[in-house]
Design a protein around this ligand. Structure first.
Ligand code: GDD
Ligand code: MG
Length: 358
């Protein structure tokens, strides 16, 4: 039989702007390959053969990079929502592209997750319980930005509480589901529907069997700049597992075609993309340097992301900063603490500092 999956990739990635101005979040380079390539390679290893991408924001980038899916060993199809239909509306909108039978399990993946969980074990639980839906669950320190999902002793889901200020526990929806195919067909068509706010609560109200597969493997949602940088770092260091890592885990991943000066320091799980250049005496620590970017002589880049073709001037210091594609930051600047530089912005030499010393 053909195992099918739907990948939800229609979001605009607002919290990751300006990195997502040109590139949808799931296609941003993470440890040297697009984020979704890590997920899709794992899905293929878990037995998925065929994938439908539910796109909306910048769909052309997915088609251009993933083509017919051959690069990830999957058969890939694309569906585009002209107007975003929400997470469940997107599923309903692609349901008629599936070839699975009504009782077959279909994988649903959020497009911004790095996870090391055992998908085969999740599938076994789904089959053993005969669930309508089986969600991967994980525990996080701060559940407020997620869907909180309490379960009973047998793993049966008792409630679904999306983004609440006072969460009932730390167990959250990890964004990887198995749906019985006919459940997808019953989502109302032709209007926006949220799987988290409408479909899951309705299934629970109707008494449908919804189960949670809880584990404590590596898990991260890469939706914010800090998480994006951390996810890439953890993959490079080997803390997060991925069969798609283009190299061996270690302190740094320097892609073919990148150049790093002999006395520059690149470590802490940094990744330097193809065609990028790190000049002498520069320090790159725990950061993502996109393809064709340039880090100037003596610059210090920590816990930051430097967009495609962007330039960081000599001696400039970045810490927890996001630099958009093609931006040019002059020499001797000091940018810290969550600053976002928009694509193609130009910042002069010694124009911005946090500290007083010049
Ligand atoms: N096709 C389509 N259409 N995709 C969408 C739409 C839409 O209208 N809206 C969002 N998506 C996609 C995004 O591209 C992303 O891959 C995925 O759905 C989840 O959206 P996020 O914006 O990343 O949601 P979140 O992180 O705030 O919350 C979700 O994920 C958490 C786990 O990371 C929820 O499912 C939470 O319950 C969950 O805990
Ligand atoms: Mg997310």
């Amino acid at each position: 039989v053909t195992i099918e999956a739907i990948l939800l990739v229609g979001g605009a990635g607002t919290r990751l702007r300006p990195l997502t101005v040109h590139t949808p979040k799931p296609m941003l380079p993470v440890a040297g390959v697009p984020l979704v390539v890590h997920q899709l390679t794992r899905a293929r290893e878990a037995g998925v053969d065929r994938l439908v991408l539910a796109t909306s924001y910048r769909p052309e980038v997915f088609r251009r990079e993933l083509g017919d899916g051959g690069v990830v060993g999957l058969e890939v199809e694309y569906v585009t929502e002209e107007v975003p239909l929400g997470t469940a509306g997107a599923l309903r909108n692609v349901a008629d592209r599936l070839t699975s039978a009504p009782d077959d399990p279909v994988w649903i993946l959020n497009g911004d997750i790095i996870s090391g969980h055992d998908m085969a074990a999740q599938l076994l639980l789904h089959q053993r319980t005969g669930a309508a839906v089986t969600l991967h669950l994980t525990e996080v320190a701060d559940p407020r930005p997620f869907g909180v999902v309490p379960t009973d002793r047998d793993g049966r889901v008792s409630a679904f509480l999306e983004k609440t200020a006072e969460p009932a526990g730390n167990q959250i929806n990890a964004g990887c589901y198995l749906f019985r195919r006919e459940v997808l067909d019953r989502i109302p068509p032709g209007r926006p529907v949220s799987v988290e706010r409408e479909t899951f609560p309705h299934l629970l109200d109707a008494g449908a069997p919804v189960y949670g597969y809880l584990d404590d493997s590596y898990w991260l949602d890469l939706g914010t700049p800090a998480a994006f940088v951390a996810g890439s770092r953890d993959l490079v260091l080997g803390l997060a597992p991925s069969p798609a890592l283009p190299g061996t885990p270690g302190p740094a991943l320097v892609l073919p075609g990148a150049s790093v000066a002999a006395d520059a320091t690149v470590d802490g799980g940094s990744c330097v993309g193809a065609g990028a250049r790190v000049d002498p005496a520069a320090v790159v620590d725990g950061s993502v340097v996109f393809p064709d970017a340039r880090i100037g002589r003596g610059a210090v880049v920590r816990h930051s992301a430097v967009g495609r073709g962007a330039v960081v001037g000599d001696g400039t210091r970045l810490d927890e900063v996001v630099v958009g594609d093609g931006a040019r930051i002059g020499a001797g600047n000091e940018l810290l603490a969550g600053l976002r530089v928009w694509p193609d912005a130009v910042i002069g030499d010694r124009a911005i500092r946090f500290s007083t010393d010049a």
